[in-house]
Every structure is written in C-alpha cells, then in structure tokens.
Design a protein. Structure first.
Length: 359
C-alpha cells in the first residue's frame, strides 16, 4: 500500500477524533481492516474510496493526494519559462520543462505541440522518433475530432522537415502533401466569409505577419540551396524583394526582435552575395549598414502593439534578456572571408565599431 495514503487515512481519522472502530462501522468493514490500511499493510478496496472521501468531506483525488492542476495556468507558466530560455538561445534547457508538463498533462494537445516543437528546434536528427511519434498523435487527434488546424499544420510541417533532415525524402513528400495549399488556408477563407471589423483586422495582421516570416525562411532556403537555374543573381534579387516587403509592412523598423533579426539577415545576405558576385562596394556598404542598424535596434525593442496597416494588432514582446545576440552574431559574420577586401575601409571599420559599442 502507498504509505502516503496510509498516513493520510490516519491523519483524517484523527482530525475527526473518531476511533478505528467507528470509522470501520461506517464503512461496513472490520476495525482490523482499518488498522491494516493505516499501517500500510493492505489497501482499501477501490470501491470504498468514494465512501471514505465522502466521510471526510474531501474528493477522491484529495484522498489519494493527486496533484490538482489548473491546466491553463500551468501551461502559461511553462510557456513563459520556455519562451525566455528560447529567446536566449538555451533550447536544450527547455526540453525538461515540456517533458514534465507532458507527464502532468499527457492529453493536452498544446503541451504535445510544444514538446514536439522544442525537439524539432533543438535537434531534428537526435529526436527524430519523438517528433514523429508526437506529431502523428497530434495529426490523428485533429483529423479525428476536427480540432484546431494550427496543431495539425505544425505536426505536418515538423514531421515532413524531420524526415527530410534525416534523408527520407519519400516520407517527407508524403507528409507535405497532407498540408493545405496557401489558397485554401484558413486565414484567407475567413477573410472571405466574415464581416466583423475587429475580427477582420486581427486576422489580416496575423496572416501578414506570418506570411512575411514564412517568406523570409523561403528566401533563406533559396540561399542555402544555391539556386542556379535562374542565374547567379536570382537569389540576391529575391532577397532584395523580400527586404522591400519588410520595409513596407514595418515602416521605421518598428517590428519585433525576431523580425529585426530576419531583416538583418536578409541585408547581410545581399551584401554577402554582392561581395562575391557584383563586387559593387556601394551596394555592399548600403546593406551592411542596414544590417548593423537592425542589429543595434534589436537591443531596444519594448512590448507594444503594432498599428501599421499590414500587420495591425500584432503584439510585440520585449527583447530577450540576452538582447545582444544579433549584434554578436553580425559582428562575427562581418569577419567572414567574403568581406576581406572591405575590412580596411573606413566605413567598414566604423560598422564593426558600432557593433562593438553595442555588445
């Protein structure tokens, strides 16, 4: 018998100042049975637990000392801890948080998605089995009960990318084919069938923010794949087009810490390509200067709600506690070999100095 239950029974009986005999009489058992329960020798029959709990005016969960959890509050607490660690780049430290949450809330789809996602963000190869197992559970749960398509979409994306990262292109394609095409996406459809002003503006800003984020990652993917079929300047022109879209959507660089990081990366990529291909110093200087500007601005982002037309209502959070990450990363990138011929230029030295002064 669980010793803690034995102690609990003894504590409850004594708190009511009743004898084992009287307690046994109420339950219709012998006092010897009660004695054995309290000494941890045997356990009460499971059918007696409701009667025991009712006698003491508590629930069965309280009797068994089952931890009571406010799921929403607990999820938010875990999320707050995880977000801080994630923004500080400490991804591996987040895994225990969501593993523990999964033990306590094993059927909460939000917790499953968070655990799957941190496995995915930390190491798609090491945690391949965990990602696929959790993702498949999430996908099946949503298709079976018509649940939130966000979770289903996350599962599809992460399973497909995990299979691809581990060399299984066939499986990656199979899962990718389960996703909805952009012209059938939920946000686009809701914009067509709703008239409420607040609802429309919220959806519009939400959809455009994520569209720009996805567009950024698609552009980065083109950089990584070194696309040749449209000419060597194709990727650079893509980056320039995406930069222009960011500038329109987020005037005056009023955006989140993460979006500033994305814009910084795009400007650095354009400068890198120009340094390697066109070698136009004016272009290289222009985009490196903007990259530095974005990195420095990222250190001062404060929580507020955006009012720009395309991303109206998007909530920006404070910069992470380690708000110098972008500055340090860009300073290291400026030391790359592709920028060697500019390192003696006064303008280049000035940019490096700006980054050093903001570390």
């Amino acid at each position: 018998m669980n010793v803690s239950l034995a102690d609990k029974l003894k504590e409850l009986r004594k708190s009511k100042n009743i004898s084992q005999e009287k307690f046994a009489e109420y339950l219709g058992v012998s006092y010897q049975a009660v004695s054995k329960w309290e000494n941890g020798v045997t356990s009460p029959d499971i059918l007696l637990l409701p009667d025991i709990a009712r006698y003491f005016g508590i629930t069965v969960d309280e009797l068994l000392q089952v931890e009571q959890i406010d799921a929403n509050r607990y999820f938010e607490e875990c999320g707050s801890k995880a977000e801080k660690l994630f923004r500080d780049g400490k991804r591996a430290e987040i895994i225990p948080i969501w593993r523990e949450a999964y033990k306590k809330l094993p059927n909460d789809i939000r917790v499953k998605e968070m655990l799957m996602s941190i496995y995915f963000d930390t190491d798609k190869e090491k945690y391949q089995n965990e990602i696929i197992e959790l993702g498949t559970e999430i996908y099946n749960a949503n298709t079976a009960d018509g649940g939130n398509s966000y979770y289903q979409g996350q599962a599809i994306r992460q399973i497909a990318c995990t299979y691809y990262a581990n060399g299984n292109t066939q499986k990656a394609n199979e899962w990718a084919n389960r996703a909805h095409q952009i012209n059938h996406c939920q946000e686009m459809l809701f914009m067509q069938i709703h008239d409420e002003e607040d609802w429309l503006t919220d959806t519009f800003g939400f959809a455009n923010h994520w569209y720009l984020e996805v567009l950024f990652y698609m552009a980065v993917r083109l950089n990584m794949c070194n696309v040749k079929c449209f000419g060597e300047d194709y990727v650079q022109r893509v980056n320039e087009a995406v930069v222009n879209m960011f500038e329109v959507a987020y005037p005056n660089d009023d955006m989140s810490y993460e979006s500033l990081g994305q814009l910084c990366t795009l400007h650095r990529c354009i400068a890198e390509d120009e340094a390697s291909l066109g070698k136009d110093e004016v272009v290289v200087r222009k985009h490196l200067s903007r990259a530095v500007e974005c990195a420095v601005k990222s250190t001062t982002v404060k929580a507020h709600t955006l009012t720009h037309p395309l991303v109206y209502g998007w909530k920006v959070t404070d910069e992470p506690s380690d708000n110098k990450q972008l500055v340090r990363n860009l300073k290291a990138e400026l030391m790359w070999q592709c920028f060697d011929e500019y390192k003696i230029k006064d303008w280049f030295v000035s940019l490096v100095t700006q980054l050093k002064n903001n570390e």
